[in-house]
Write a protein that binds this ligand. Sequence first.
Ligand SMILES: Cc1ncc(COP(=O)(O)O)c(C=O)c1O
Length: 342
Amino acid sequence: MMGKYIDLRSDTVTWPTPAMRQAMAEAPVGDDVYGDDPTVNALEAFAAELLGKEAALFAVSGTMGNQLALMAQVGRGDEVILSERAHIVWHEAGAPAILAGAQLRCLPVRDGQMDLKQMEATIRKTPEDIHSPRTALICLENADSDGLVMTPDYLQAVRDLADRYKIPVHMDGARLFNAAAAGPLTAREIAAKVDSIQICLSKGLCAPVGSLLVGSADMIRIARRKRKILGGGMRQAGILAAAGLLALRDQRERLVVDHENARWLAAQLARYPDRFELLRQPSINMVFFRLKNHPVRPDHLADFLAAKNILINSHDEGVFRVVTHYWVTQEDLEQLVELLVS
Ligand SMILES: Cc1ncc(COP(=O)(O)O)c(C=O)c1O
């Protein structure tokens, strides 16, 4: 448990591990804008190697990583095809319009996947027509914010479609390693299906700050310049990268524990079908449910639990999302269940 609270609002709340704090204190550093920071260089090289790509770039946040992917691959007025539920659409403050100047073509999703026929119909077929915008990028999110993991067949089908029209594919892999822990594909196998991928170090992997954009050396060269434009050229960033290295080296494998904890919680709630409607079986570290005949009203549940030192976000149209992570134990979840079923 994290100090006073059991914090189930998100895996973004995770603190660095003691080993990370130690590594941060001892990290060799240099000026990363000169390319001199050995720890940042080691992190970028490690990430590129891990995902089987040519290069990587350390970014301040997942939002910055996604936006750099757009800025490096999309021209002003070009179109990006993506899910209408994507983080890029909902939670990045309209950045694609401001930074890349992109026009977003948002498609509905079912079970985390856009319909491929609809995706193909959305691709612009006449880029030479002066009236027509050009389709510059397809974006996927895996695992997505509904906790869904894309299937190998779907990833391959998107890849094939994108290749047919020579369109690059970017993946918002904020939770790529959760998707990999859920299987069947490894992180490297998933990354092989896309041209660029953004991975977050500061969610379930516990680093305090940072994401990486990973892809071709050419794309990363452009993104590095764009990062400078955004003021994201950091100096002795090795202090942060040191935690990131441990996140990538030591924290990936244990994400299965968070997934097991989520499944355990879901199983407990499923024992009370009169009180809870589970939206789906968890594939990753997220449990989604609605209250049915529960003594606490949905609007009051977050306050009710906060009074007992358990934090959850308030519901979104009746749906609660509880997120497990490194600092949440099964005993913590037992406390939650006890309160929810009493
Ligand atoms: C799917 C997804 N993409 C991107 C991000 C952005 O990451 P950051 O908060 O580091 O900007 C998040 C953050 O929660 C996310 O869930």
